[in-house]
Design a protein around this ligand. Structure first.
Ligand SMILES: [Fe+2]
Ligand SMILES: [Fe+2]
Ligand SMILES: [Fe+2]
Ligand SMILES: [Fe+2]
Length: 288
């Protein structure tokens, strides 16, 4: 593969994954959590890296500034997607995620069809390869590996599906559908905490620091005992009562994780470990 082809393949993987996540959101708006987490980790670092590598090889300053400006617009739009999702504002989430995808497609096109051909014509393949290698290295260093955000976004995903189940009052089948998503996603979330995140933290933590982890695991038992897939004949009242009880438990549990445990894990785990945890947990959540 030539350097240009390699960069093209890298772009295709990024945009391909993001497109697939945006499609999922059209059916399941709560899956915005995945789009936001993925882009914060892999897209933002990609943009930051190319600004200080590939973009420096093009001497059309106006065009480079235009491309850097687009990075800012894309990041801003991603932030708006994140806040609309956090507020549970489905209309804003839908329109901003479409805007985000349009900005991104346009930018990738310009990079592939204008920037890359120009750079390839100007510098040798070896020089181009060196720039791309440098870009990859910087991209890896810029990754935030923010497991706190990853798991907090997943709390919001579950919360939104709880809200959608509650809003389906009067349509029991719809309420059950959202509730089954909540159950599946919550079990996966707890499984990843207990089998990936907490054990990785346990390798680095002092006995003292493990205190909050033990409390969280105990609370997981209470939470899982509340989740039950309603049988075919469960009434709306019983279902909604169960959802209310679950939501109340989760509100307290999630706050403790978000305010105490996740920040502590982010601070304590070395970057390389966080990156591994992020990748494994993102894939687990995305498969659910
Ligand atoms: Fe770019
Ligand atoms: Fe790019
Ligand atoms: Fe938890
Ligand atoms: Fe959690």
């Amino acid at each position: 593969m030539t350097p240009t082809e390699k960069l093209h393949a890298h772009h295709e993987k990024l945009i391909g994954t993001i497109r697939a996540l945006a499609e999922r959101m059209k059916v399941d708006p709560a899956d915005a959590s995945l789009l936001v987490s993925y882009c914060e980790e892999y897209l933002v670092s990609h943009a930051e890296a190319e600004e200080v590598t590939l973009y420096t090889a093009d001497d059309d300053t106006d065009f480079v500034n235009h491309m850097i400006h687009e990075h800012k617009e894309i990041k801003h739009s991603l932030d708006v997607v994140g806040t609309s999702f956090g507020r549970g504002d489905l209309n804003a989430l839908d329109s901003e995620s479409r805007n985000f995808m349009a900005l991104l497609e346009k930018h990738f096109n310009e990079e592939e069809n204008t920037l890359m051909p120009r750079i390839s014509a100007k510098i040798s393949q070896q020089e181009l390869q060196a720039l791309i290698d440098e870009a990859h290295q910087i991209e890896a260093e810029k990754k935030k590996a923010d497991v706190w955000s990853l798991f907090e976004n997943d709390h919001k995903r579950i919360d939104l599906n709880i809200t959608l189940a509650r809003n389906s009052r009067g349509d029991i089948e719809k309420a059950k559908l959202f509730y089954s998503k909540v159950k599946r996603q919550l079990l996966k979330h707890i499984e990843l905490e207990e089998t990936v995140l907490f054990p990785a933290f346990g390798e680095q933590a002092s006995d003292n620091q493990m205190g909050p982890v033990h409390v969280m695991i105990e609370e997981h038992r209470e939470i899982t005992s509340l989740i039950r897939i309603p049988d075919g004949r469960v009434g709306e009242k019983a279902l909604l009562e169960n959802i209310d009880a679950l939501a109340a438990k989760l509100a307290v549990h999630n706050k403790k994780e978000e305010l105490i445990l996740y920040p502590l894990i982010n601070r304590t785990l070395p970057r390389a470990d966080r990156e591994k945890v992020f990748k494994e947990c993102f894939e687990g959540l995305a498969a659910t």
